[in-house]
Design a protein around this ligand. Structure first.
Ligand SMILES: Nc1ncnc2c1ncn2[C@@H]1O[C@H](COP(=O)(O)OP(=O)(O)OP(=O)(O)O)[C@@H](O)[C@H]1O
Ligand SMILES: [Mg+2]
Length: 319
């Protein structure tokens, strides 16, 4: 069975990522899956692992942002007894536990620089040095990593090693935000409405043409996770119903309305300077996202390339 078949969507943006992922599943090439929250990084990583030759071997997932900074090195690489206070016994790291198999490093941008250096060494040589040990062990682990941060920005700020980035990002896999592939919204809704109908033993709800149109103009900050939650909610509350715009929960409707009407500003009688307004909005977006260009582009509803062009045009990088 094709392990990618439950990744729903036929948009060119998604299909090209899935195609690349299928091609590299059989090799051990470095993988870095990028994409905003809820776009499917983890299900893509899982599909890659399940279709490759290591499918029957251990698959260990770790969220680097969920562990305290001081703990992560010993979690990954293991430690020797007495390496630090509280290290009462030798402990095997997760890399060791994943030997012959795959390690999924989620939110890899949260790794501190020294751990990044150690990981790079492991990727290049297969050598793993437990904390407090002098002897390396050689392991065979495929590493798949993921991030929803803008690693280019992190590299520019000296927070992420560019050599590790290049090692991981050999075949770039960047999942698009849902609002960049609105043509997939209908099939995702159908898939999840049917799934939840069978889970709860009810008749499947259905979005009307008009409500689908509204859903396509919503910004979906939580991407597919948010759409899935909406489908679960309406499946339970309105089973079997054809859902009209008034049946879509309020928080979606209010945001829909603003985006739909594009009524965030009214042109004053005296006119404005469109250029200055554009520069100001870009400046506001950059300030709100701490300079993160991908997030700023999303806030402004434009592509990252367009944003970079406009930042240059307004000389905003130098402000
Ligand atoms: N293309 C898709 N088709 C069907 N379901 C999807 C798709 N993409 C994501 N999902 C579902 O959306 C939810 C979020 O996906 P996932 O956890 O893989 O996202 P993520 O990118 O890892 O998010 P985060 O950055 O928040 O960790 C999951 O329940 C997943 O099954
Ligand atoms: Mg995830």
């Amino acid at each position: 069975m094709n392990k990618f078949s439950h990744i729903i969507g036929k948009s060119p943006a998604l299909e090209s990522v899935v195609r690349s992922a299928q091609m590299i599943a059989f090799s051990d090439v470095g993988i870095l899956i990028k994409g905003p929250t809820g776009t499917g990084k983890e299900i893509l990583a899982t599909a890659i692992q399940q279709s490759g030759p290591r499918a029957e071997q251990p698959f260990i997932k770790i969220n680097c942002a969920a562990l305290p900074k001081g703990v992560i090195e010993s979690e990954l690489f293991g430690h020797k007894k007495g390496a630090f206070t509280g290290a009462d016994t030798d402990k095997q790291g997760l890399l060791h536990a994943a030997n012959q198999g795959t390690l999924f490093l989620d939110e890899i941008d949260a790794l501190a620089l020294p751990v990044q250096a150690k990981l790079l060494r492991f990727l290049e040589t297969g050598e793993c040095l437990p904390v407090g040990d002098t002897q390396t062990i050689t392991l065979d682990v495929r590493v798949i990593s993921a991030t929803n941060s803008d690693l280019d920005d992190q590299i520019n700020q000296g927070l992420f090693r560019s050599d590790l980035y290049f090692r991981l990002n050999i075949v770039p896999l960047e999942l698009p935000a849902l609002n960049e592939r609105t043509e997939d919204i209908e099939s995702l809704c159908t898939f999840y409405l049917q799934k939840f109908a069978s889970k709860y033993g009810v008749q499947s709800a259905k979005f009307s043409t008009l409500s689908l149109k509204q859903l396509r103009s919503y910004s979906w900050p939580g991407n597919i996770r948010e759409l899935k939650n909406l489908c679960e909610r309406v499946s339970v509350l309105l089973p079997g119903k054809t859902l009209e715009p008034e049946n879509i929960p309020k928080e979606f409707v209010s945001q829909l309305t603003v985006k739909h009407k594009r009524d965030i500003s009214i042109l004053p009688e005296a006119g404005i300077s469109l250029d200055a307004l554009e520069a100001d909005l870009i400046h506001q977006a950059l300030t709100r996202t701490n300079g993160n260009r991908s997030k700023s582009a999303r806030l402004l509803g434009i592509s990252r390339d367009t944003l970079l062009y406009r930042i240059q045009k307004h000389a905003l990088g130098t402000r």
